[in-house]
Design a protein around this ligand. Structure first.
Ligand code: PRX
Length: 683
């Protein structure tokens, strides 16, 4: 395969991709949306084009001007520091020489303005109390006090700038406080989604050698208690799932928030109650001036190998990326009530519950629990009661709402909404239309935002009011983002030709690496097309320059908007004594986007029955978390392999989706396995 450092143009791809000018000219063919234009920050396509062109032509100048909107302790020397290695932007640094603090930008700077008394966080718990659902509001001043105290608590427990802190909690204000407290003292946080298992906690904590874990006794989900502290205890213990393991030797302290108060074991000398520590803590903790490139956090995400990778984001570029995208894509205003329904355990929560909106001084609604608890209208009820004006959620959630029935949103007053967003997976046009009509009442633009844990911030999305939306398209790139769709050989695709989505220029919030694994970082992102960033997604670009994301092209499956590596689930399966071999593929699912189907061969003597099937599903849930529980387990005598021994996933995918295999099977070693798989299917 002829690889290039920059996409080449195929001879036939002339017109639409020739230059920014021609792309922008194509875009002009769409009339700008009138709905938002009159009061939007970027009110027309011409304004978008002007800024986009400037951002691509002279990114240093463009981003220097934008970065002045953040508060700096010391100005930067250089906006973009290219890597020493020529011909690649891997390792680019931003705002080099500057000193800044993300916590300060999200909180302290607002205290010098009228925002100091405005709500920073409006939190709603899942359970109801005597006066309706539990609620708490923290103004920017109150948030400042809590975060400062928590930062002092972390320090008193031995955490210094640079030490990693793991956070494994439910969606309570203390989670936000802990994250911002880490940022305040420059202790990179690693938030572990509260739905992950103790083994997943252990893997992540050990990979980054976290010295402290912040957790809660439990969390509320669908009326039940999630045993957060118990899972942490199990991760830290030397005995787990019956096999002796090493636990987490780096962890010295565990800080425990009392949320469910259902009684947990506290290990003397190691475990500290949050409320006890906070009671004595001083509220004076100035934010530490940190280098622009100081690591802000590590967030683990699934990749194409069995081991999740620790994506590293640094301070200034990431903060600028989340700040700018929140400001322009959500068009956020002081009077907005902004709600992103993601969990802070995922990147969406990091960027668009915390860093983006808080750096903009917005009022953020945070909800603790499940979308349909205690009734299917919970989300619409929240929007009505809190007068939410901007709502950001995932297509998978929208599809479950469609299934639940129109009567649920219809009984609520949703007139406060002015902008809707989606993220995490391609949205099917039916779900888009439903969202647009039933929730947005036809008046709210929908921003379909494409991005990744690695990109830190939104990369492709309409600017509401300027860029007309299209059901199913993330539309056009954000400022400074240079995406292209290329063929396997690096040539640009023609309009509407499906290919691989790459990013050809550095952007401020790009990941800086995979924690402790520079080789994997290079191989994963900068080697497929040398020197430019490979997203792992397939896409096409239409003749108007709009991007249509077609989903993953690697061994990553998007289940309910969450990324899962097939290898990760496979290694969990082969960790069970009954399993000889496993191959996991995705099949289209009406609600989840993709469902997980595992083809499993068993060791001698294990009966391929329903009980074992259930046991294996449970085994995966215990090893990773319930999001990874396979929807289907199919037993087979052997797996279809090429002559060189590689599992032919393509065939399995086809079989899982359609029940038959029509594709090319000439490299298959043992044709009879297909017959057996088909038979298993029919049974
Ligand atoms: O496949 C794309 C899909 O989600 C992947 C990134 O997953 P993750 O790192 O977990 O981050 C999710 C939240 C940003 C992408 O590679 N994806 C994300 N947003 C969209 C999308 N696919 C289509 N349309 C989107 N708007």
């Amino acid at each position: 395969m002829g690889k290039t450092s920059l996409p080449k143009k195929s001879s036939s791809s002339a017109s639409a991709h020739d230059s920014i000018e021609s792309i922008l000219a194509e875009n002009r063919r769409f009339a700008p949306s009138k709905q938002f234009s009159s009061r939007a920050r970027i009110g027309s396509m011409a304004d978008y084009e002007k800024l986009y062109r400037a951002s691509i032509k002279d990114p240093e100048k463009f981003f220097a001007k934008q970065a002045e909107e953040l508060t700096w302790f010391k100005p930067w020397r250089k906006v973009i520091q290219p890597p020493a290695k020529k011909g690649s932007f891997e390792g680019t640094q931003w705002f080099v020489g500057g000193k800044i603090n993300a916590s300060y930008n999200c909180i302290d700077r607002h205290l010098e303005t009228a925002r100091k008394n405005k709500a920073a966080l409006i939190w709603e718990g899942e359970p109801a109390g005597a006066f309706g659902f539990e609620q708490r509001t923290l103004t920017y001043q109150q948030l400042h006090r809590e975060v400062s105290k928590c930062a002092n608590v972390l320090r008193s427990l031995g955490i210094k700038t640079g030490d990693r802190v793991a956070i494994y909690m439910g969606m309570t204000p203390e989670l936000a406080i802990a994250v911002l407290a880490c940022a305040r003292i420059g202790a990179p946080h690693t938030v572990i989604f509260g739905g992950f298992s103790s083994e997943a906690i252990r893997d992540r904590v050990n990979d980054c050698d976290a010295r402290l874990i912040v957790t809660a006794d439990g969390g509320w989900r669908r009326g039940n208690i999630v045993e957060l502290k118990k899972n942490v205890d199990q991760a830290l213990s030397t005995e787990s799932s019956g096999t002796p393991v090493s636990g987490c030797p780096s962890v010295e302290k565990v800080l425990v928030v009392k949320r469910t108060a259902h009684g947990v074991d506290m290990v003397p000398g190691r475990d500290v109650w949050w409320h006890d520590a906070m009671a004595d803590a001083s509220a004076d903790c100035p934010a530490v001036p940190l280098d622009s490139e100081h690591p802000l956090y590590i967030l683990y995400t699934s990749g194409t190998t069995g081991k999740p990778k620790g994506i590293v984001h640094t301070t200034a570029g990431y903060l600028l990326g989340t700040y700018l995208t929140t400001k322009y894509i959500f068009d956020i205003r002081d009077e907005d009530i902004y709600w992103c329904s993601a969990d802070i355990g995922w990147v969406t929560g990091h960027s668009y519950i915390l860093y983006g909106p808080l750096s903009c001084g917005a009022t953020v609604l945070m909800y603790e629990g499940a979308p349909m608890f205690p009734a299917p209208d919970r989300f619409w009820d929240i929007i009505e009661r809190h007068r939410v004006s901007i709502f950001y959620t995932a297509p998978t959630a929208i599809r479950s709402f469609v299934r639940a029935g129109n009567e649920h949103p219809e009984k609520h007053d949703l007139s406060s909404l002015r902008l809707l967003g989606t993220v995490g997976e391609p949205i099917n046009p039916e779900a888009w239309m439903w969202y647009h009509t039933l929730i947005g009442k036809g008046k709210c633009p929908i921003v379909d935002t494409w991005w990744q844990t690695e990109t830190g911030a939104i990369m492709i999305s309409p600017l509401p009011g300027a860029v007309p939306t299209r059901p199913g398209s993330a539309t056009l790139p954000f400022f400074g983002v240079a995406p292209q769709v290329v063929r396997k050989d690096g040539f640009l695709c023609n309009p509407n030709e499906g290919g691989y989505l790459v990013i050809t220029k550095p952007w401020p919030s790009m990941l800086r690496g995979i924690y402790k694994d520079p080789e994997r970082f290079h191989k994963q992102y900068f080697s497929e097309y040398p020197g430019i960033y490979f997203t792992g997604d397939g896409a096409r670009r239409d003749k108007n320059g709009y991007f249509w994301i077609m989903g993953r092209v690697d061994d990553v499956i998007n289940v309910s908007g969450h990324r899962l590596g097939t290898m990760e689930v496979e290694s969990a399966l082969v960790g069970n004594p009954a399993v000889a071999e496993a191959a996991v593929v995705g099949r289209p699912d009406e609600i989840k986007g993709s469902a997980l189907v595992a083809f499993v061969t068993l060791k001698q003597g294990w009966p391929p029955d329903e009980a074992l099937r259930e046991k294996l599903r449970e085994h995966v849930a215990l090893a990773i978390g319930s999001i990874a529980r396979p929807d289907d387990i199919r037993f087979t005598d052997s797996l279809p392999k090429t002559r060189s021994g590689k599992i032919m996933r393509r065939l399995l995918r086809e079989l899982a989706s359609t029940g038959a295999v029509k594709g090319d099977t000439t490299t298959l070693e043992d044709f009879s396995v297909l017959e057996k798989l088909r038979t298993a299917e029919e049974e």
